[in-house]
Design a binder for this molecule. Structure first.
Ligand SMILES: *Cc1c(COP(=O)(O)O)cnc(C)c1O
Length: 360
């Protein structure tokens, strides 16, 4: 996305070679299984077209959340296998079949509607089936397995999702895995898929026939720990103005910061409307090279203030760019500073950045 007038005050750079390499790393971790790619929510906010563009030579199977996303992806990838995690909107199964999208059927009602649609259409359109193994979010329960609607049903994939896979020692992992294995026995021989990124790192017994990483491709390891992935995103914002203030002066909304001594304050062109959460106030910082510039006061919608007193006038001028996500501070660090997770940082990245894709 290049802005028409090239005046964006924040720029996001996305390393497509790193995405490709991260896919290879996670796929190697689950070498016995097929490795799909999850590209829901516009590929975690990074741009579906560009992200699938760099994966399509190596990846055969993709997942999105919503039918709408599936239609977008189908237009980009005419030949790949595409699963839609939410299945189809009740009453509208034909949209998926027309686009050769494979619904993940989550409820008995979805199963009934899909099967009756297939019967009317005279074609067994492929579908996956999700089991609720403990998360109580999507999928049929163990009791549902005996329901009439499943008689002679042959899904192409069995799916469930781990709730606590980012905590390696959480007992829910093994509990869900056991229940998944048990429920899958109702459909012998059908390929199984339990793990997203974190699950892949729980070990081979969590891989089954297909794994579904998403956030891994974008360089984030949810388990904490040392990431084997390459960082994908860098985010920089431009200094719009530099002000010299006196001891006792205030900065920003609510006068939330008060200077204890004379200082220089840079107003930077990025704010909460760009995904820099207000909780970045206080704890957050931007960087000029290896110099840490603390955020002062509240983050505004379109700007924030940082302390640039330590930099000389030459080191820091209006129009200069400061780093927000980069070598000094990665997505996970920002997430910790703002009390959230890397996923939310990525999917909140603003829509008005100048975006640059590179690496390939
Ligand atoms: C989002 C999602 C994934 C991918 O999860 P990551 O943690 O990003 O790897 C896989 N499966 C389901 C069902 C999901 O909702």
């Amino acid at each position: 996305m290049t802005q028409n007038c090239q005046q964006a005050t924040a720029r996001l750079k996305i390393n497509l070679a790193a995405i490709k390499q991260n896919y290879t790393v996670v796929a190697a971790q689950a070498a016995q299984a097929e490795c799909a790619a999850v590209v829901k929510a516009d590929a975690y906010g990074l741009g579906m077209a560009e992200v699938v563009g760099c994966l399509k030579d190596t990846v055969e199977t993709f997942f999105v959340a919503q039918p709408e996303e599936g239609c977008t992806l189908r237009a980009l990838l005419p030949e790949k296998r595409i699963f839609v995690l939410h299945g189809f909107a009740l009453g509208r199964p034909e949209i998926l079949a027309q686009n050769r999208l494979i619904p993940v059927l989550n409820s008995l009602e979805q199963i009934r509607q899909w099967r009756s649609f297939c019967a009317q259409d005279g074609c067994e359109h492929p579908a996956a089936l999700q089991f609720d193994t403990g998360m109580s979010r999507f999928g049929i329960s163990e009791d549902d397995l005996t329901d009439d609607s499943l008689e002679e049903f042959r899904p192409v994939l069995l799916v469930s999702h781990l709730a606590c896979a980012d905590q390696v020692d959480h007992p829910a992992n093994e509990m869900q895995r056991e229940r998944f294995v048990r429920m899958c026995r109702a459909f012998p021989g059908v390929p199984r898929s339990l793990s997203a990124t974190s699950g892949v790192f729980l070990g081979q017994e969590y891989h089954f026939e297909l794994v579904r990483p998403g956030v891994a491709l974008h360089g984030v390891l949810p388990n904490g720990g040392i990431s084997p992935f390459k960082p994908v995103v860098t985010l920089e914002a431009q200094i719009l103005q530099i002000l010299s203030i006196k001891s006792g002066d205030f900065v920003g909304y609510g006068f939330a910061y008060r200077a204890q001594s004379p200082m220089r304050v840079a107003t930077v062109g990025i704010g909460y409307a760009d995904g820099i959460f207000r909780s970045f106030s206080g704890s957050g910082a931007l960087w000029a090279g290896d110099k840490r510039l603390p955020v002062l006061g509240c983050v505004s919608m379109d700007s924030l203030a940082v302390d640039v007193t330590q930099l000389t006038a030459e080191e820091c001028k209006e129009g200069d760019w400061l780093s927000i996500i980069g070598p000094q501070q990665d997505v996970t660090t920002i997430a910790e500073m703002t009390g959230t997770i890397g996923y939310e940082i990525l999917t909140s990245l603003g829509r008005r950045f100048a975006r640059y894709y590179y690496g390939l």
